[in-house]
Design a protein around this ligand. Structure first.
Ligand code: PRT
Ligand code: ZN
Length: 304
């Protein structure tokens, strides 16, 4: 057992915490969501004792208890109020008819639920699947998708290794989670339709007390600050004074960039924030207007 987490130092805090109330957060015990879920909690400045064999743990500096469960059980536990909050894939949530529980998309574990057919098979549109056998672990999501497209098919619900169903003669098509696409490729399958796009989401039980709602607001405030920071970079550069208007246009920052004169006459240092997605595009334009010594730093937390 070891102490993990960064403590409250440096974490965004927001309004003061309400006392005498607590939230129970269910996360996946072991699987694709586990590490990113724990990481997010740590990045929110919440410390807790972690061990690989425990089923629950308590945060040491926030009124939060963490339950470790199978992901499929999380929507039900939250719906019933056994857990107040959960982190789960939208695919699992939607399959369990729990979409109304979602409070926040978390931006990790992005994947898609897709239909796939053997690479050599003819496929024109979803209508090609009329009357076919389709293997899936997501009969509800797939059933709704096919109904919306007016297609009737026989769905075979299996819980794992869905991708081998066509090669063993169980089905002519499959519907499964795809991320890189290499599993489909390795099994001679071709992705033909995206049924549902998914990412990890925070869910909450419908009957939180006012105090618990306060705590959830605190938690969301921190999660949003962490996500905003991840999407942004801090940028520092030197530019000739004559290029300043152009640099300011490229780097508007949150309010406006910080501009300070350099010891060398005719030059300024500019500090600002750029979005990760725009970074390379903007950097090449900055160089083109004469910027030099461009430094880019990660941002830990970003409060709007
Ligand atoms: O034991 P427990 O029930 O808790 O876990 P699990 O085995 O049911 O779930 P797990 O850990 O595999 O996945 C948890 C969640 O991660 C899923 O519900 C999705 O929201 C998300 N996720 C993201 C994925 C993938 N990426 C993913 N690639 N879930 C599954 N896969 C599998 C997919 O089923 C297929 O077998 O990976 C394979 C495809 O991957 P690529 O990269 O080859 O396309
Ligand atoms: Zn599962």
């Amino acid at each position: 057992m070891q102490a993990v987490g960064s403590g409250l130092g440096g974490a965004p805090t927001g309004p003061p915490l309400t006392k005498f109330s607590m939230l129970r957060l269910a996360i996946q015990k072991s699987g694709r969501l586990s590490e990113d879920s724990l990481q997010l909690i740590r990045e929110c400045g919440i410390s807790f004792l972690s061990s690989s064999y425990k089923l629950k743990t308590e945060a040491t500096n926030f009124p939060l208890e963490i339950l470790f469960l199978r992901d499929d059980d999380i929507p039900g536990y939250v719906q019933d109020g056994v857990a107040d909050l959960g982190i789960v894939g939208q695919n699992v949530l939607e399959e369990a008819d729990g979409a109304h529980l979602q409070v926040e998309a978390l931006g990790f574990s992005k994947c898609r639920l897709s239909l796939a057919v053997p690479r050599g098979d003819a496929y024109e549109s979803v209508a090609t699947l009329q009357g076919k056998n389709i293997a899936t672990s997501y009969p509800n999501l797939l059933g709704r998708y096919l109904a919306a497209h007016g297609v009737q098919a026989q769905l075979h619900t299996i819980s794992g290794s869905v991708e081998i169903a066509p090669s063993i003669g169980l089905a002519e098509a499959i519907c499964d989670i795809v991320s890189s696409g290499s599993t489909l490729l390795g099994n001679g399958l071709r992705e033909v339709e995206t049924v549902f796009r998914s990412e990890a989401v925070l869910i909450a039980q419908p009957h939180l007390s006012a105090e618990q709602q306060d705590l959830l607001d605190q938690l969301q405030f921190r999660m949003q600050a962490v996500r905003r920071a991840k999407r942004s970079k801090y940028i520092i550069l030197n530019a000739p004074v004559g290029a300043l208007d152009e640099v300011r246009r490229l780097l508007p920052g949150i309010k406006s960039p910080t501009v300070t004169p350099l010891a060398e006459a005719g030059w300024v240092s500019v500090q600002s924030v750029v979005q990760e997605d725009d970074f390379w595009h903007i950097t090449s334009q900055l160089k083109a207007v004469g910027a030099e010594g461009i430094l880019v730093l990660p941002i830990e937390k970003m409060i709007a």
